[in-house]
Design a protein around this ligand. Structure first.
Ligand SMILES: NC(=O)c1ccc[n+]([C@@H]2O[C@H](COP(=O)([O-])OP(=O)(O)OC[C@H]3O[C@@H](n4cnc5c(N)ncnc54)[C@H](O)[C@@H]3O)[C@@H](O)[C@H]2O)c1
Ligand SMILES: CC(C)=CCC/C(C)=C/C=C/C(C)=C/C=C/C(C)=C/C=C/C=C(C)/C=C/C=C(C)/C=C/C=C(\C)CCC=C(C)C
Length: 514
């Protein structure tokens, strides 16, 4: 996996305060970078501190033997050209940069139990036709369910998306778009499962809706907020799934270029060890090197668990965070196989994204559902001529990878990789024989290189909650400290954390009077 991080300096120099900033952002994930670029574009003096060597976090990349691998998922929402929900396009444009993207004609091809094999086409009607062909008796229910998702999306896509913690903005959008606001207020406490069951009765079709949610929310429909499903199930047909030329890592690199153009700064190999407080207020940060930076506002793009248990003293965790931890838990991480394969392994017409499951009862189990991305079908430059990248991942808990000797750890990775490759032979015959390169990552890898507690993919509800109502916005109980990224409203996903970044920067800009 990526190069080893430099160790913390064991002999930090005495604390030497550097010049002060309007805002310090801990971490350069997409959530952190959108906050930083938005603030810099408004004229704020911004510093991003990133513990790793390059920006992007889970939207980063690494290069090996002529391959450029995406660290995380390659299915990117938010690069549309119209409306208000294309937040990655908007975030780049705000700092005068842009990215070329390639549209993906199919979001995902499902290979599910009992021969349920279908594609989610970019074209909405084509997708509905393909699904209805499997469930002709549910023709009406299918259309009504997905049309209801469009209602949510149309509300979102009609208004500027900014901080819901800013009363003047809320009043303005309410007067400009009263029906959209009331629509969103209605859907905020709802989950997908309840809406789906209003229209659909067939148990296998309901399992399919569970899978439609699971592949991005990592929980079934009953626990997946309806607002998020409205975004995902509609935007894939509206703005579409578009892959950035040069790989997912380009998004962060471009945002950094824009940040610097707008006068902001980023420092790599800068691991924050403490958020400094004075009289209970966040006033700056301390790095592993001992350096101290002060700012009027501090933003953490680390997970909430890292922020409130490691960067701040766990024993002083505010009651609101304790409550949050009772509502949300860490999702599993992923076991990742970054494979380079001979091009002839893939039949002509192969789609970029696949989901494989053989037994419905295993959907949420470790090594149950297999996800596959083949980004080289959209950008052949990411692999040597004649080869493809087949990024394969499946849920995996960190507990299964603890307490092993280095040899046991390597052996366990190899065994698990073998099991996944065997299963994938069903959709890609000859995969094993065509292997050219393999790098295996576990939740331990993500904990180490992405700094995510237990290598988690993100927060998931502990039990069925009221839609998105329990997800905190950007301000925290610690004055001067904000959170951004997937442990804030509305949760996981690049377009989701981009929203969180817009909202965070908006709230801070108002607080600073910018
Ligand atoms: N297809 C997709 O939609 C897609 C693809 C890739 C990633 N993602 C999603 O992106 C989301 C994550 O984005 P995010 O913005 O929340 O964060 P992130 O986890 O990607 O980034 C956090 C960054 O903070 C850095 N960091 C953590 N602790 C630090 C510390 N103490 N000091 C300095 N730096 C520190 C990490 O190195 C990392 O770069 C996830 O939900 C993930 O699933 C989605
Ligand atoms: C005033 C009154 C009365 C009221 C008010 C109301 C309102 C205004 C409200 C509002 C709200 C809002 C704004 C909201 C927002 C939201 C949002 C933006 C959301 C978003 C979301 C997104 C998402 C969720 C996304 C996601 C994605 C993802 C996660 C992806 C992933 C992927 C993967 C993992 C891949 C897989 C696959 C394969 C490979 C196959």
């Amino acid at each position: 996996m990526p190069a080893v991080l430099p160790a913390a300096n064991p002999h930090p120099s005495p604390l030497t305060p550097h010049s002060s900033f309007d805002a310090i952002i801990i971490g350069s994930g997409i959530g952190g970078l959108v906050t930083a670029t938005q603030l810099a574009a408004k004229g704020a003096k911004v510093l991003v501190l990133e513990r790793y060597l390059i920006p992007g976090g889970s939207a980063g990349y690494f290069e090996r033997e002529g391959y450029r691998f995406d660290v995380g998922a390659s299915m990117i929402f938010g690069f549309g050209t119209q409306g208000t929900t294309n937040l990655l396009t908007k975030a780049l444009a705000a700092v005068d940069v842009s990215l070329e993207t390639t549209p993906d004609p199919v979001q995902v091809q499902y290979h599910l139990p009992k021969g349920l094999d279908l594609k989610v086409h970019r074209n909405y009607e084509k997708f509905l036709q393909e699904l209805t062909a499997y469930f002709p008796h549910e023709r009406q229910g299918i259309r009504k369910f997905y049309n209801e998702c469009w209602k949510v999306f149309n509300c979102l896509n009609s208004m500027d998306l900014l901080s819901l913690e800013e009363p003047r903005y809320l009043t303005r959008v309410f007067f400009q778009h009263p029906l959209s606001c009331l629509g969103l207020a209605k859907y905020l406490p709802q989950n997908v499962g309840d809406v789906a069951r209003r229209y659909i009765k067939d148990p296998q079709l309901l399992q399919f809706i569970d899978m439609e949610c699971y592949i991005w929310s990592v929980v079934p429909a009953d626990m997946t907020p309806m607002i998020n499903a409205g975004m995902v199930f509609s935007d894939r047909h509206y703005g579409g799934i578009n892959y950035p030329k040069g790989g997912v890592g380009q998004i962060a690199l471009k945002l950094v270029e824009g940040l610097e153009k707008a006068g902001g700064k980023i420092q790599y190999e800068a691991r924050v060890t403490n958020i400094l407080t004075e009289n209970g207020r966040a006033v700056g940060v301390q790095l592993a090197s001992g350096e101290v930076y002060r700012a009027k506002r501090v933003v953490s793009n680390a997970t909430r668990w890292d922020t409130f248990e490691k960067l701040l003293p766990a024993e002083k965790m505010p009651p609101s965070e304790q409550k949050w931890q009772q509502r949300y838990q860490k999702s599993p991480g992923f076991l990742n196989l970054h494979l380079g394969v001979k091009a002839d392994v893939l039949a002509p017409g192969t789609e970029c994204h696949h989901v494989l499951l053989e037994d419905w009862s295993k959907m949420e189990a470790a090594e149950g559902t297999i996800f596959v991305s083949i980004p080289t079908l959209l950008d052949s430059q990411l692999a040597p001529d004649g080869y493809h990248i087949v990024h394969t991942f499946t849920p995996s808990w960190i507990e299964d990878w603890q307490g092993l000797s280095p040899t046991q750890y390597e052996q366990k990775k190899e065994d698990a990789a073998g099991r996944l490759i065997d299963r994938l032979e069903k959709i890609f015959p000859g995969l094993d024989a065509g292997l050219d390169y393999m790098e295996v990552g576990t939740p331990r890898t993500h904990r180490r290189f992405l700094g995510r507690d237990d290598g988690t993919y993100g927060p998931i509800p502990q039990r069925k909650l009221l839609g998105l109502l329990g997800m905190p916005f950007n301000r925290t109980a610690v004055p001067g400290l904000y959170c951004v990224g997937d442990s804030t409203f509305p949760g996981q996903g690049l377009n989701a954390v981009a929203f969180s970044g817009f909202a965070c920067a908006h709230r801070i800009a108002v607080d600073l009077g910018l």
